[in-house]
Design a protein around this ligand. Structure first.
Ligand code: DCP
Ligand code: MG
Length: 377
């Protein structure tokens, strides 16, 4: 067996942020199988689910980065993150054209019902399991039993607009929302920027929601902006549901003090933010129903200019790219990185490192710049 990893330009590293992960890659037949295994692990295996799901995700990321189609098992058997279990799955697909383990999952009713229920806005795996164990199988079952199940507000909207919210959002929809947001911002506070981030920012043609990052060149001009914006959009009748999180951005100049909230939800930030379900005008091609609008999930995030580069990097994603970047920053550089900024903990007290664009952040971390389209891990 070959011990050297030469595979053209593949860089074998434990951090996804050190290599390119494009949207269109050469190993979809394997990564699609891993996505099912990942979901199955997080839905079904309550005890070790998260770590098993992460292992499949990392194997999948490695294959997405691999610069050509894998045709022999020995070419990837030494790659970091492609463990024994993943190798078995790849071998099955190479030898038989499919993985029996994946086929078993696909033919399992429970898997499909949990998948269906977790597709309801506001429903996670544990709620999905509860509903399943009570004998429910369809979204109609949940709708019919809304009272008994004591659905929270999000879940009520999730069921009500299930079809709309599960129809993929496309770029024209995203642009329509961005335009509306920009128009309203101009009336409240001229010169604001509103950038489409999330999956669309990485070149995806469709996604599950629209993420918009809002800022202003002057630091304090964003204070109170979110409430004003949401109020205007509500008055215009564009908001079906909103959940605001405002005023938690407590970054001090020198150090970032981790609060309980930031410790437990380490990937989330404390930027002013509104999760919304908005009414979006349908395009001319969507004439298949009587409604002139469709419900869409929209995230509006506000960031002051001094934090812009960090918020942009964080909200462009992907989640796995962020996770690896933050882990790399901490483990290799003793730098704490999040959507607010970065702090060098090699110094006491930790020193804030400033950056005005994404390139400067990569440079400070001694990393080659990874284009947004190559952060699709
Ligand atoms: N994000 C994160 N950690 C979270 C949630 C979000 O780092 N727990 C960042 C990375 C995501 C971005 O925010 O890429 C947007 O979140 P989405 O859930 O909307 O993810 P995407 O936009 O990447 O995917 P989709 O196209 O399905 O909306
Ligand atoms: Mg998104």
């Amino acid at each position: 067996a070959r011990s050297d990893i030469d595979h053209f330009s593949y860089q074998d590293t434990k951090y996804e942020c050190q290599r390119r992960t494009p949207l269109n890659h050469h190993n979809k037949k394997f990564t699609e199988a891993f996505e099912i295994l990942e979901k199955h692990a997080s839905y079904i295996d309550r005890e070790h689910g998260e770590s098993r799901a992460l292992a499949f995700r990392k194997a999948s990321c490695a294959l997405k980065s691999y610069p050509r189609e894998i045709t022999r098992i020995d070419e990837i058997s030494k790659i970091t993150h492609v463990g024994e279990h993943s190798l078995r799955v790849i071998t099955d697909i190479l030898e038989n054209g499919y993985s029996e383990e994946v086929q078993d999952i696909i033919s399992c009713e429970m898997f499909h019902v949990i998948e269906l229920f977790t597709g309801i806005y506001g429903c996670g795996p544990s709620t999905a399991h509860k509903w399943y164990s009570l004998g429910h199988r369809t979204t109609q079952d949940i709708k019919d039993n809304a009272e008994i199940l004591n659905l929270n507000v999000q879940q009520k909207y999730g069921v009500e607009f299930y079809d709309d919210l599960n129809a993929p959002v496309d770029m024209p929809d995203a642009l329509r929302i961005q335009r509306l947001v920009v128009e309203q911002l101009d009336l409240i506070q001229p010169s604001c920027s509103a950038e489409i981030v999330g999956g669309f920012g990485r070149g995806k043609q469709c996604g599950h929601d629209i993420d918009i990052l809002i800022s202003h060149p002057e630091e304090d001009k964003v204070e109170g902006l979110l409430v004003k914006l949401v109020n205007r959009l509500t008055t215009l009748g564009c908001m079906l549901h909103t959940a605001l999180s405002v005023g938690k951005n407590v970054v001090r100049k020198e150090t970032f003090v981790k609060t309980k909230a930031t410790q437990t939800r380490s990937t989330m930030d404390n930027l002013d933010r509104c999760f919304a379900i908005m009414k979006v005008e349908k395009s001319a091609t969507d004439n298949d129903s009587c409604n002139s609008w469709i419900a869409r999930r929209v995230d509006l995030i506000i960031t002051p200019s001094s934090q812009y580069a960090f918020s942009l990097l964080g909200w462009i994603g992907s989640k796995q790219f962020n996770r690896s970047l933050r882990l790399y920053a901490w483990k290799e550089m003793k730098i704490h990185l999040n959507s607010h900024g970065m702090w060098d903990h090699k110094l006491t007290p930790p020193k804030r490192i400033l950056a005005t664009d994404e390139e400067e952040i990569f440079k400070a971390l001694h990393l080659d710049f990874v284009e947004r389209k190559d952060r699709n891990c």
